[in-house]
Design a protein. Structure first.
Length: 285
């Protein structure tokens, strides 16, 4: 790459990118930043998502595939100084590459408009951005076909959420801002069984597996790590399920419990047929 085009941390372009650290600016511009090679690569691989790519010359040489992906879509690739990358990054140790991205969330109704999903993760009242991003990553890894962040949950585009998702944000449909009641009603109408994950649940996950309760289409509702799910949300679920603690640990954190539940459903749904196959577009079934 040529000498850095962006060298001043006070330039209008850099100032505009820095503003996206604030939720209000992200919402008004429907733009957010993705940092690091993995997240930026996945953003570049999703057509229409990447708006601009900022990278130091050294990082661009290290990851030519990302630069090529961006240029193939006519996305401007801007060589930036390390000071500029540091100014627009939200990490203590920037990785030298940042992508300016369009919002990727989808309407709630679109999740069940065509073929209803078999596995959905719903984050209700999840306020910690790291937890939200990690659950999204676990849902992607388990082959879930959609994720919902309700109106009481953290912003999907919070920099910590984006980082914790490690690119999974760009892999599966994510709906945001819906009321948990509306979300549960729509998923139930589409034929999904609604399970609320809660440490105080009356049902044991092992018992649900043994009874065949996870074999069919399922939506898991995950709540706040500190105080769980509100009683009114629990009451709307078909069952409230706890992950059994077989050792002496007091509890599991939210992301770990979510991964256990999602993988339990994935295993039950695939039965003896092996790994879950992929539908067109990448969603597992």
């Amino acid at each position: 790459m040529p000498s850095p085009e962006l060298t001043s941390t006070r330039s209008p372009r850099v100032a505009a990118a820095r503003r996206l650290a604030k939720r209000a600016h992200r919402a008004s511009e429907r733009r957010f930043l993705a940092e690091g090679p993995q997240a930026v690569r996945e953003a570049a691989a999703l057509p229409g998502t990447l708006v601009e790519l900022y990278a130091t010359a050294e990082t661009a040489e290290r990851y030519p595939d990302i630069v090529d992906l961006a240029r193939a879509q006519n996305v401007p690739v801007l060589s930036a100084s390390t000071d500029v990358i540091a100014a627009i990054s939200q990490t203590v140790t920037p990785q030298g590459i940042v992508g300016l991205c369009r919002f990727v969330d989808v309407p709630l109704a679109s999740l069940t408009a065509d073929t209803p999903p078999d596995l959905v993760a719903v984050l209700a009242h999840v306020r910690d951005p790291g937890n939200a991003g990690t659950v999204l990553r676990a849902a992607d890894a388990a082959g879930a076909e959609a994720v919902v962040l309700t109106d009481a949950s953290v912003d999907l585009y919070n920099p910590k959420t984006v980082r914790a998702s490690v690119g999974s944000l760009f892999h599966l449909p994510v709906a945001v801002g819906a009321r948990v009641e509306d979300t549960m009603a729509q998923l139930r109408a589409a034929g999904l069984r609604i399970l609320a994950a809660d440490g105080a649940g009356e049902c044991d996950l092992d018992e649900e597996i043994d009874a065949g309760g996870l074999d069919g289409p399922t939506a898991w509702i995950f709540g706040n790590e500190a105080w769980g799910l509100p009683e009114e949300t629990r009451a709307l679920a078909d069952a409230v399920v706890r992950v059994p603690i077989h050792g002496r640990a007091e509890s599991l954190n939210l992301a770990t419990a979510a991964a256990v539940c999602l993988y339990a459903s994935a295993r039950a749904q695939r039965g003896s047929s092996g790994c879950r196959t992929l539908r067109a577009g990448g969603a597992a079934h």
